[in-house]
Write a protein that binds this ligand. Structure first.
Ligand SMILES: [Zn+2]
Length: 112
């Protein structure tokens, strides 16, 4: 029996494929379809990104940035400002993607 046949057998017996994924301030359980299991084992971020309707790189960056939206301005030293924008601390990946390009209070103030 290969992996696919094994998964089919589990599926036919009503055994589901539930993963636990990190979300702001906790975890969420996501039900994978049978067809997603092997892809998930090969590249979980790819499957999770599709679940949330974002790109793989967006998903990975969201995790890297502690699920928080960083300011997109460049500091006087020429580095990327890493201040978290107002309301941008620990947000969902969908909200994180929508909030890209926003500025922290300091840079917002400078731009006026
Ligand atoms: Zn800033």
């Amino acid at each position: 029996m290969n992996e696919e046949q094994f998964l089919n057998m589990l599926d036919e017996k009503g055994i589901g494929f539930i993963i636990t994924v990190p979300v702001p301030l906790g975890y969420q359980q996501v039900l994978l379809k049978k067809d997603q299991v092997l892809e998930y084992l090969a590249d979980k971020y790819s499957v999770l990104a599709k679940c949330y309707g974002v790109s793989r790189s967006e998903y990975v960056t969201w995790l890297d940035q502690d699920m928080s939206v960083q300011c997109c301005a460049t500091t006087v030293k020429g580095k990327r400002c890493k201040n978290v924008i107002t309301g941008g601390l620990h947000v969902s990946v969908e909200q994180w993607v929508k909030s890209q390009g926003l500025l922290c209070d300091l840079h917002e103030e400078k731009g006026k």
